[in-house]
Write a protein that binds this ligand. Structure first.
Ligand code: ATP
Length: 339
């Protein structure tokens, strides 16, 4: 039995969390991956209620669970996800972008993953006012850069596709920080002679993600660039509603959609829950690999296969061209989830 902590979030968070619960309960019943879901509060609503976006109780429950699912939170996101990433040392942010049929994907052969460093860069929040200027501190360490590079190369091996890692940076301008990142990736590349390694400036990468996204396999990059490029790559495969993510450390995993709370569509039952459902797929795969649990790995594969079948048969939410509600789309998936 896996204890799964679930942050239900703000905006469309509660709606897609309802989908997540129903998917996990169906997998529990039909695919025999036993889970206990612990629903937790964090985000804007929690901030209003407890004066803390990430209440201590929520943090403790997450820490003692086997994995965490996190729906998006609103304005207080930095006080929730950035704090969780740092305090749980979830150093690798994995953001796949894959074309699914019947979605507004740029091409039908895109299958790439962005491996984003998750703990450093401009996202550590070290900002100061000096006289009449605002200054942000950008920290890039050799240790964190090598750690994320290793993760990227291992991801390329596991994926067993193009066996290519592209290191994305801007070292021609940020010579010290991105220079160190690029050098660290180069040194790890030497340990993986079977994986092709190349480098690309971030501006060229953002262009190539539109021009020839099918060429990419694994992209490894720093925190801010990874955040931006992964929103772009999700749009390339049909939009934010299709984009899952994993935040991984050595011992813990937190899984969440790439998108934010999307307040503009909250409460209308039109949110696409695919991003969260595919995050569950990533969680089951991670739990399976961590615990040598083939059942969980198979459930992950089955879940992805069924999401694909449903979308292929033209059953989709509004954002990707269909007319299903969040609940109806989820029901189509749970109805097909059998051994
Ligand atoms: P953040 O900065 O927190 O990532 P954001 O301001 O970039 O958030 P999002 O909340 O991610 O914005 O959403 C951007 C737009 O994409 C939304 O306004 C919404 O129209 C659309 N969108 C995001 N997620 C979904 C979804 N799951 N289903 C349908 N549309 C979505």
């Amino acid at each position: 039995m896996y204890n799964i902590s679930l942050i239900t979030g703000d905006g469309i968070g509660p709606e897609i969390s309802e989908s997540a619960i129903s998917i996990l309960e169906t997998i529990h019943d039909k695919l025999d991956v036993k889970t206990k879901i612990i629903s937790l509060e964090a985000g804007d609503a929690a901030l209003k209620k407890y004066s803390k976006a990430l209440p201590d109780e929520t943090f403790e429950s997450i820490k003692s669970s086997d994995a965490c699912l996190k729906a998006p939170v609103g304005e207080s996101a930095a006080d929730v996800i950035v704090v969780l990433r740092r305090n749980l040392d979830l150093y690798a942010n994995i953001r796949p972008a894959k074309s699914y049929p019947n979605t507004p994907s740029l091409r039908d052969d895109i299958d790439l993953v962005i491996v984003r460093e998750n703990t450093e860069d401009l996202y550590t929040g070290q900002e100061f006012i000096v006289d009449d200027s605002a200054v942000a501190l950008r920290v890039i360490s050799e240790k964190a850069s090598k750690r994320i590079a290793k993760h990227a190369f291992n991801t390329a091996i596991q994926r067993n596709q193009k066996k290519r890692v592209t290191c994305v940076h801007k070292s021609n301008v940020m010579r010290k920080t991105d220079g160190l990142f690029a050098k660290s990736c180069e040194s790890i590349a030497n340990e993986f002679p079977d994986i092709q390694f190349d480098q690309m400036y971030v501006d060229a990468c953002s262009m190539n993600l539109i021009r020839q996204p099918e060429e990419f396999d694994v992209i490894v990059t720093t925190n801010l660039f990874g955040d931006i490029l992964s929103d772009e790559s999700s749009q390339v495969v049909g939009g934010l509603g299709m984009a899952p993510a994993a935040n991984l450390g050595d011992d813990f995993g937190l899984f969440e959609p790439v998108h934010g709370a999307a307040f503009d569509i909250a409460g209308k039952q039109i949110a696409n829950p695919t991003s969260f459902i595919l995050s569950i797929k990533m969680m089951l795969e991670w739990l399976g690999n961590k615990n040598s649990d083939q059942n969980s790995i198979s459930a992950a594969q089955t879940l992805e296969k069924i999401v694909l079948q449903v979308i292929e048969s033209g059953i989709t939410t509004k954002d990707v061209g269909g007319n299903m509600s969040t609940r109806e789309f989820t029901k189509e998936i749970t109805n097909r989830l059998v051994c």
